[in-house]
Design a protein around this ligand. Structure first.
Ligand SMILES: [Zn+2]
Length: 411
């Protein structure tokens, strides 16, 4: 694969051509939730997707201690994703240091071209379309890596790696298997390149010495149309019925099973490494939040109220994060909020218990003016930070008073 610099330049060129934008996963998965989500929300805003929609799509969720956190799709498998809004795309990418990450960049770039030119009818967004567009993205990325090969040896290495990946996918029991059955089309691509010659193909798909990605996107789409499963075959495979074409593919893959499983093993090790990195980061972030969550010393009424309001907010966040339900607090305390039917029985029970907790706290403080003023604010996703800011401020004041007292005592 190419150097990091080379991939980054490609990414910039692709974005310039398609008006797409990109975000690196490392930029939005740091120890700081607030900075991360602010950057993410801003970038999504650029392509016309606003905060409410992000909440609705559960791409962000309210976070303990105020603010939002991002719900990453595929962080542990190093996948990226492409979000389309207002005819512009935002790619969220895992990075560009390792080969797997570079592959993901070209895979997501294919999705950007799909949206830009409605390749393979991407806007339809049904299962069959999803299968064809995912396969197209894989084949696009394969073609790029083959054409970017620097020598015959490198070309052969890329070819083998793509082939093994395809075999491994067919051997695995992954539920989403059907979306990634790109092997037949990748094999067809390799045949085409061999027929035409590696260097000649590269020349045909280059413009002023660099690869013409738009041309590659359209060409690979033609290959997909020609070699993919038909809608009928696809439905059968999805329902776990066997088609003769699919059977043949499985038999072929079986013959290469050992190679395929070695490849999977290698890949899994890579995933585990990545997962650890994110796991460590999450622990650090949780520690930070724990500090924020610590209650105020309840030596006066106002502090007690602030603690109570924070507790109610925690209940809200719990519901949003664990059951994906954003209740209206005013409705909860007047017993008018309904629990969504889509929830499982035990989830409904948690919601009921959490409602009860909110009500108990509310009953205790509802006559308090200060409580009433802030209760309305924490019911609003964009205003609920005020209560956490207030708490931080109180903590600081208390610290300063302590220091002042110590100074007096020492005199
Ligand atoms: Zn994809």
């Amino acid at each position: 694969m190419s150097t990091e610099q080379n991939v980054l330049q490609d990414l910039k060129d692709i974005c310039a051509q398609t008006k797409a934008r990109y975000l690196m996963y490392e930029d939005i998965h740091t120890e700081d939730y607030e900075r991360d989500s602010a950057l993410f929300i801003k970038e999504m805003g650029h392509i016309g997707i606003h905060c409410d929609e992000l909440l609705e799509k559960a791409l962000i969720v309210p976070e303990y201690g105020g603010g939002f956190s991002i719900k990453h799709h595929d962080e542990k498998t190093c996948g990226g994703y492409t979000q389309e809004g207002n005819r512009k795309c935002l790619m969220v990418l895992p990075g560009f240091h390792e080969d797997r990450e570079k592959e993901t960049i070209y895979h997501e770039a294919a999705h950007v071209y799909q949206y830009k030119y409605n390749i393979l009818d991407v806007i339809k967004n049904d299962d069959y379309t999803k299968y064809r567009t995912e396969v197209h993205a894989n084949v696009f990325s394969t073609m790029v890596s083959l054409l970017k090969a620097k020598s015959i040896l490198d070309y052969k290495k890329q070819k083998l790696s793509r082939f093994l990946e395809g075999v491994a996918t067919i051997n695995s029991d992954e539920e989403e298997l059907i979306y990634y059955l790109s092997l037949p089309i990748e094999l067809a691509l390799m045949r085409e390149i061999r027929k035409k010659g590696r260097l000649k193909t590269k020349e045909e798909f280059s413009k002023h010495g660099i690869l013409d990605y738009k041309k590659i996107a359209f060409y690979t789409a033609q290959l997909v149309k020609k070699h993919c499963f038909s809608q009928e075959e696809f439905e059968k495979i999805k329902n776990k019925e066997i088609t003769s074409k699919y059977e043949k593919l499985k038999r072929k893959a079986k013959a290469y099973r050992i190679l395929g499983s070695i490849y999977v093993f290698k890949k899994e090790r890579y995933y585990i490494k990545k997962e650890n990195k994110h796991h460590q980061l999450e622990i650090k972030r949780l520690k930070k939040i724990a500090k924020k969550l610590a209650p105020l010393c309840e030596n006066n009424e106002e502090n007690k109220v602030i603690n109570a309001l924070c507790q109610i907010d925690n209940c809200q966040v719990y519901l949003a994060q664990d059951v994906g339900f954003f209740p209206d607090l005013e409705l909860v305390v007047t017993e008018q909020e309904t629990i969504p039917e889509r929830l499982e029985e035990d989830e409904k029970k948690w919601v009921e218990e959490t409602f009860q907790k909110i009500k108990t706290i509310y009953e205790k403080w509802k006559e308090n003016e200060f409580f009433q003023k802030y209760f309305a604010k924490i019911n609003d996703n964009y205003q609920r930070n005020v209560i956490w800011d207030l708490k931080e401020q109180k903590k600081k004041e208390l610290e300063q008073r302590c220091l002042a007292n110590m100074a007096v005592n020492e005199r």
